[in-house]
Design a protein around this ligand. Structure first.
Ligand SMILES: *[C@@H]1O[C@H](CO)[C@@H](O)[C@H](O)[C@H]1NC(C)=O
Ligand SMILES: *[C@@H]1O[C@H](CO)[C@@H](O)[C@H](O)[C@H]1NC(C)=O
Ligand SMILES: *[C@@H]1O[C@H](CO)[C@@H](O)[C@H](O)[C@H]1NC(C)=O
Ligand SMILES: *[C@@H]1O[C@H](CO)[C@@H](O)[C@H](O)[C@H]1NC(C)=O
Ligand SMILES: *[C@@H]1O[C@H](CO)[C@@H](O)[C@H](O)[C@H]1NC(C)=O
Ligand SMILES: *[C@@H]1O[C@H](CO)[C@@H](O)[C@H](O)[C@H]1NC(C)=O
Ligand SMILES: *[C@@H]1O[C@H](CO)[C@@H](O)[C@H](O)[C@H]1NC(C)=O
Ligand SMILES: *[C@@H]1O[C@H](CO)[C@@H](O)[C@H](O)[C@H]1NC(C)=O
Ligand SMILES: *[C@@H]1O[C@H](CO)[C@@H](O)[C@H](O)[C@H]1NC(C)=O
Ligand SMILES: *[C@@H]1O[C@H](CO)[C@@H](O)[C@H](O)[C@H]1NC(C)=O
Ligand SMILES: *[C@@H]1O[C@H](CO)[C@@H](O)[C@H](O)[C@H]1NC(C)=O
Length: 427
């Protein structure tokens, strides 16, 4: 059933001094909400994108919009999207499992795919995407696989988005990952607030953002409360920066998982991280690669991938109550159903040229560094400088554990890491 969702389109005469022409006319579409969750506002939203998605303005007013069906918006061109109100996604889990849109990696899928060139989204700090995730968090707990369940959607996928910016947008209780960024280049994501804390049960697999096959992505001024990777860089993420951000309760900044696709070559290159505050996260920075043994297929199985992560610099990291090793590498990710104990030292994916400079605050774990690296492709040129990590009682954390990590800089290794099945740097 769909009733009175309407798009109001008007022609605005706007004059910009920067415009080549003296008068430039930009079409404006104001999206009208049906006002109740019995009315799906997705058709009205999609027609606004159709009507005004090229050289136009799209305005979501200070109202609640009910999104009961998938939205696939591609090919936007030179558009300003103004979001003042809230978009609330419906809780018909069977519908979403059947209809969520393919992302193009790991069999992941999405409730909303948005792409184009020269797209400017402004949320004013009030615009909100509410995934209604409490229903998903309760539901996923009852499933046999709580990790990547086929069809469980990401809240938003920026796919094929170039030369664009998103400012001042909030995300509440995303269905799964909040944002996946794929085939996207030159995108600024600034002033983003994410709270995936469940109201009824704790959330799982609610990453803040994941980058895949994307470059020149700037994350600035992010605040993320979640239960998984705060921000994660996956296959072919290059020239990424993460600055002036705060991460709460999640796992910290993740490189990977990567090396999941047998014989495929993937890289993570040129990441700059600066001025980050972590509260109660598991790590500050961690790497997770699959082993060289392929067991099953993505999304939940895999392994045997090639490639490297290199030229990654982290500076001015401040922690409060870290729950695990501050900087960890584990090359031991494997499908949990695989037989045997697995081989944590045979990965062909290499980690090299990593510098952490300035790491201070409090921790609950003695491990400043834990490098559980591949013997086949050892970690090289890992540097950690200017560390001041203390327990609550004031004692300095002092473990620097190294396995297959020749040529470390800035510290002496104090022992060997525990080599085990954990993807998060321990046993
Ligand atoms: C509409 O909201 C009611 C009450 O919150 C809820 O029970 C119902 O499942 C919702 N319907 C949809 C389509 O989300
Ligand atoms: C989802 O798909 C299943 C199996 O194809 C079908 O039984 C069910 O009716 C569908 N549900 C919705 C809400 O589309
Ligand atoms: C992933 O998707 C491919 C097709 O794209 C399919 O053949 C495969 O079975 C899917 N894997 C899982 C685990 O769903
Ligand atoms: C996860 O659940 C889906 C759907 O029940 C199933 O097809 C898939 O094989 C499961 N994967 C794992 C790794 O358990
Ligand atoms: C990106 O563009 C390619 C090529 O047009 C298309 O096949 C793919 O579905 C798009 N992916 C996303 C996530 O938008
Ligand atoms: C960071 O973003 C928030 C909105 O999430 C905004 O209120 C705040 O002013 C921004 N901070 C700076 C320094 O721009
Ligand atoms: C995040 O959401 C939880 C659950 O609704 C709430 O208790 C908490 O106050 C929120 N945090 C912030 C910073 O808004
Ligand atoms: C990553 O990039 C390499 C080339 O640098 C390409 O061969 C590979 O297919 C890409 N992998 C993915 C998953 O996009
Ligand atoms: C380090 O980062 C914190 C935020 O975590 C910021 O307040 C501080 O100004 C930064 N220090 C420098 C020297 O940039
Ligand atoms: C792990 O793999 C490496 C490299 O292939 C091999 O040398 C080593 O024997 C393997 N270890 C075990 C326990 O299988
Ligand atoms: C401080 O706390 C750590 C971790 O609980 C403990 O290992 C250490 O012995 C304590 N130091 C002192 C001086 O009590």
């Amino acid at each position: 059933m769909r009733a009175p969702s309407v798009v109001l389109c008007t022609l605005n005469l706007l004059s910009h001094v920067t415009d080549a022409s003296i008068f430039s006319s930009k079409k404006t579409c104001k999206v009208k909400s049906g006002g109740t969750n019995a009315t799906d506002d997705a058709p009205a939203i999609l027609s606004a994108f159709k009507e005004c998605g090229k050289h136009g303005n799209i305005i979501f007013e200070d109202e609640k919009y009910y999104v009961n069906s998938v939205m696939n918006v591609q090919g936007l061109d030179d558009v300003d999207i103004d979001i003042k109100g809230t978009l609330l996604w419906s809780t018909d889990i069977q519908y979403w499992l059947n209809h969520s849109l393919p992302v193009g990696y790991q069999n992941q899928s999405s409730a909303f795919v948005l792409g184009g060139n020269n797209v400017r989204i402004q949320g004013h700090g009030t615009g909100t995407f509410d995934g209604n995730g409490d229903y998903w968090y309760e539901w996923i707990r009852k499933q046999p696989n709580t990790s990547n369940y086929p069809g469980r959607p990401h809240a938003l996928t920026l796919g094929n988005l170039t030369n664009s910016a998103v400012h001042g947008l909030n995300f509440l209780r995303s269905q799964m990952w909040t944002m996946s960024i794929i085939y996207s280049h030159n995108v600024v994501l600034d002033g983003i607030f994410i709270n995936n804390t469940g109201n009824r049960v704790s959330s799982s697999n609610t990453d803040g953002a994941d980058t895949i096959r994307s470059s020149h992505i700037k994350f600035n001024n992010w605040t993320v409360y979640n239960g998984d990777d705060s921000i994660s860089l996956k296959a072919n993420s290059t020239d990424i920066s993460i600055t002036n951000s705060r991460f709460y309760n999640g796992l910290g900044i993740a490189m990977g998982s990567i090396g999941q696709y047998n014989d495929q070559f993937e890289t993570i290159e040129r990441l700059t991280v600066k001025n980050i505050y972590y509260s109660n996260t598991l790590h500050a920075v961690y790497f997770k690669t699959w082993t060289d043994d392929q067991n099953g297929y993505p999304p939940n199985g895999g392994g045997g991938g090639l490639g490297f992560a290199s030229s990654l610099t982290f500076s001015n990291l401040t922690t409060s109550g870290l729950r695990g090793g501050a900087v960890t590498i584990s090359q031991c990710t494997r499908f949990s159903g695989a037989p045997g104990v697995g081989n944590c030292t045979n990965s062909q994916f290499q980690i090299k040229d990593v510098t952490v400079r300035g790491l201070s605050g409090t921790t609950k774990d003695n491990r400043v560094v834990s490098l559980q690296c591949s013997a086949v492709k050892p970690c090289t040129n890992i540097g950690v400088f200017d560390v001041d990590l203390k327990f609550a009682n004031g004692t300095e954390a002092g473990a620097y554990l190294c396995g297959n990590a020749p040529g470390t800089r800035g510290f002496e290794c104090t022992g060997s890491p525990c080599v085990g099945g954990s993807a998060t740097g321990g046993c």
